[in-house]
Design a protein around this ligand. Structure first.
Ligand SMILES: NC(=O)C1=CN([C@@H]2O[C@H](COP(=O)(O)OP(=O)(O)OC[C@H]3O[C@@H](n4cnc5c(N)ncnc54)[C@H](O)[C@@H]3O)[C@@H](O)[C@H]2O)C=CC1
Ligand SMILES: O=C(O)[C@@H]1CCC=N1
Length: 279
């Protein structure tokens, strides 16, 4: 048996007081894996999700509890259901609300006021926007707390920090743009892989080879950007020989701000949808 991981700093309150996860799908499940990897004991966790499927057995084997009725108290409740299902799902955990229980919601669009209207007065609430690279510990999560939640922001940061970087926002209004950039952003990058591979096929490469090259290129470039102190523009320039092939390619991608304009419209559409989801 391998040694259990040492509990990461900042997670002591949830290790001692318990954590309830409402919704254990792609994002909630990725965060839960991060908390376990950060040493959170299974016995500290209760998962509320009516469709856990095979995951239930693995959670139970870890000592976590699963069931639609959460315990009477918890140090933190993490809300990770689809925004459209909040009205149906939140009542199950609402009785846990109060000044000593952190509510952290990752639901896109749903404003702090939505939770304040439905949870006990004085409940510390942190709105957070993570992204799926959390599944490999390389997410980035932006956080903004209501007034009672300010004091518990370090606990929210410890929970989000178990799966990657964290940033504190200056205002809740920034959350729509954040959702559009980093929340949805991984999908844009995955589509870049698809588009680069399709372009390789159009130039005569077999599909499998084109996809392998595109995937390795995007992930390798991401890794280089992650590890390098240089700005992205300098990394781009390092690939670009004067009058070479990259310059020819970039004259299309950057010509008349082509990609900048496309990305501007992409992020604007996602931010508008985030505002719409917030009602
Ligand atoms: N997938 C992503 O890239 C990101 C998602 N989010 C947010 O995370 C939330 C969850 O998204 P995903 O994990 O992608 O969705 P998902 O569909 O993979 O997971 C949602 C989970 O909620 C469960 N669920 C449904 N009804 C429930 C109920 N009444 N009580 C408890 N659990 C219930 C479902 O069974 C499912 O396991 C959404 O609000 C989304 O806006 C935020 C950032 C990134
Ligand atoms: O597509 C969505 O609505 C969620 C929020 C950010 C990423 N996925």
């Amino acid at each position: 048996m391998s040694e259990p991981a040492k509990l990461a700093a900042g997670l002591e309150p949830v290790a001692a007081g318990g954590l309830v996860l409402l919704g254990c799908g792609k994002m909630g499940g990725a965060m839960l894996d991060g908390w376990f990897a950060a040493g959170l004991p299974g016995a500290a966790v209760h998962v509320v999700d009516p469709a856990l499927g095979e995951r239930a057995a693995a959670l139970t084997a870890r000592g976590a509890r699963c069931g639609l009725k959460p315990p009477d108290s918890a140090a933190a409740v993490v809300v990770a259901v689809k925004p459209q299902l909040l009205a149906e799902a939140l009542p199950a955990v609402a009785p846990l609300a109060g000044p000593r229980t952190l509510f952290m919601s990752i639901a896109a669009g749903a404003p702090l006021s939505y939770f304040e209207a439905r949870l006990a007065a004085g409940t510390p609430i942190v709105r957070a926007m993570p992204n799926t690279p959390a599944a490999v510990g390389r997410g980035v999560t932006a956080l903004f707390a209501n007034a009672p939640g300010k004091a518990l922001t370090p606990l929210a940061e410890a929970l989000a920090g178990a799966v990657g970087e964290t940033v504190r926002l200056e205002s809740e209004a920034q959350m729509d743009a954040v959702t559009a950039v980093s929340g949805s952003g991984p999908a844009y990058v995955f589509h870049m892989i698809e588009a680069l591979a399709a372009a390789g096929v159009a130039e005569g490469l077999p599909e499998e080879l084109a996809m392998r090259l595109a995937r390795a290129t995007v992930t390798g470039a991401g890794e280089l950007a992650h590890g390098s102190p240089l700005p992205a523009s300098a990394l781009r320039e390092a690939v670009t020989s004067p009058a070479g092939t990259t310059a020819a390619g970039l004259s299309v991608l950057m010509g008349d701000g082509a990609l900048i304009d496309l990305m501007r419209r992409t992020v604007a559409a996602a931010a508008a949808r985030s505002r719409e989801l917030g009602g």
